[in-house]
Design a protein around this ligand. Structure first.
Ligand SMILES: CC(C)(COP(=O)(O)OP(=O)(O)OC[C@H]1O[C@@H](n2cnc3c(N)ncnc32)[C@H](O)[C@@H]1OP(=O)(O)O)[C@@H](O)C(=O)NCCC(=O)NCCS
Length: 413
């Protein structure tokens, strides 16, 4: 079966997380992704190592289904490899710090001039324009500056980062969408274009509904928040509030461990059934909770009632019980829970893999399921594992040409 991006070749100069997460998805969609690394490799190969001397999980989990070539772009011979590959690829991706590509002697204009049909996809912390353009960024910098941290956590506590990597992996998703759109446009025009995603912009996009609340505040307090918004000029941190039109909260369950909680959305249509199950007809008739407006006003009492009920059950028991009543809910799943979960296993979302140096390990699977795209996840490449293969197959270089470039310092492996 031809996967969706079969025939598309990507020159992937990205490093760390934001870029590699995008190119890994494109590889799973069928693109031939050439990971173009400096002679020392993507820095994450050596970061947070759990096995001495072996590519870290940080690297292996973001670089599956790619081929690795190591090229020293600071040598003339290395630049010749890069320029050769530019002619043979459909997309070039990078997420270097500001100015890095220019210092290497390239930018979008020069790359476009060399290959007018190539698409160039670039991630920067803050984009290529504006007062912040020269600044580097990592995940939490983007979360801080894109509105996520100021709206995450409890109102009386400090701003918090989310566990989900919205600054890096979230930006990678945006970049992948941009690349796919540019590929589609190229079908019509034959020309490539420049795709840029700033991490700050991506986080703002993911915080879109917080700007809904920001603007609603100008018309008065927000009744659905569990904290007072009377004096707020910005969307506040709202703990575990649902953030939507329905009330929601994380409710503690038996036996009271760190992740023994279930998130419950008290959707308007399920209140009667839920109230009957928790407190019988008396609770159904209770005027404090009879309408959504009353439940919003008295929500702390409602959560207490739910918590007393939940104390008799584990989160899994409650999940079953509440789903019988059609109440939207979800136990708080730890990574341990997820790694063991049958649903996760059946959906290929925690996939066992092998590696010649580390042995067995798992990767999180491909979340985008296409009916004609069979994703067979293969391990990440060793550093420079495919240098010769790529030079031979993609550039059609002879062993002599390869050797000459090696002598001239283009690659070490
Ligand atoms: C992530 C980030 C902060 C890392 O900073 P950094 O480790 O200093 O890395 P930079 O990208 O700034 O620089 C990479 C260096 O490696 C060099 N390099 C990269 N590939 C090379 C190659 N194939 N051959 C030779 N040198 C290479 C670059 O020339 C540059 O060297 P220079 O500083 O002498 O110009 C920075 O890359 C960044 O802000 N990226 C954009 C935002 C982003 O994606 N952040 C999230 C990452 S998850």
């Amino acid at each position: 079966m031809d996967n969706a991006l079969a025939g598309i070749r990507i020159l992937d100069m990205t490093h760390v997380q934001a870029g590699p997460t995008a190119s890994q998805l494109l590889a799973w969609l069928g693109a031939d992704v050439i990971k173009f690394e400096p002679p020392t490799g993507d820095i994450t190969r050596g970061q947070l190592r759990d096995v001495p001397g072996v590519d870290s999980l940080y690297f292996t989990m973001l670089n599956c289904n790619k081929r690795s070539i190591t090229v020293n772009m600071k040598s003339a011979a290395g630049k010749a490899v890069f320029e050769g590959l530019l002619q043979e690829c459909d997309v070039v991706m990078e997420n270097f710090g500001p100015g890095v590509l220019d210092r290497l002697g390239y930018n979008w204009e020069s790359i476009h001039a060399k290959n007018p049909s190539i698409i160039m996809a670039s991630i920067k912390g803050f984009g290529s324009t504006g007062p912040y353009a020269e600044f580097k960024a990592y995940e939490n910098v983007a979360q801080a500056m894109g509105g996520s941290m100021s709206t995450t956590g409890f109102n009386d506590g400090p701003p918090l980062v989310t566990g989900a990597q919205i600054g890096d992996s979230g930006t990678g998703l945006h970049l992948a969408i941009g690349i796919l759109a540019a590929l589609q446009a190229r079908h019509r025009t034959g020309r490539g274009q420049f795709v840029e995603v700033a991490m700050m912009d991506a986080v703002m996009n993911l915080c879109r509904v917080k700007f809904r609340d920001h603007q609603r505040l100008t018309r008065g307090p927000l009744p659905e928040y569990s904290v007072s918004t009377a004096d707020c000029d910005a969307a506040p941190r709202s703990g575990n509030d649902s953030g939507g039109g329905q009330l929601g909260n994380a409710i503690r369950c038996k036996p009271g461990g760190a992740n023994d909680y279930i998130y419950v959305v008290v959707q308007e249509v399920v209140w009667e059934a839920l109230a009957r199950r928790i407190g019988g007809d008396a609770l159904v008739q209770d005027p404090r909770f009879s309408t959504l407006a009353e439940r919003r006003k008295n929500q702390s009492q409602m959560w207490q009632l739910l918590e007393s009920f939940a104390a008799q059950y584990t989160k899994r028991e409650l999940m079953a019980l509440l789903n019988q009543l059609d109440v939207p809910c979800g136990p708080i799943m730890s990574t341990h829970d997820l790694a063991q979960d049958e649903h996760v296993r059946l959906r290929d979302m925690y996939v066992p893999l092998d590696h010649p140096e580390r042995g067995s390990w798992h990767n999180v699977g491909m979340p985008i399921k296409l009916s004609n795209n069979r994703v067979e996840i293969t391990r990440s490449p060793l550093l420079g594992e495919h240098t010769e293969e790529i030079l031979k197959e993609v550039l059609q270089w002879s062993p002599e040409t390869i050797e000459r470039h090696r002598q001239e310092g283009a690659f070490t492996k």
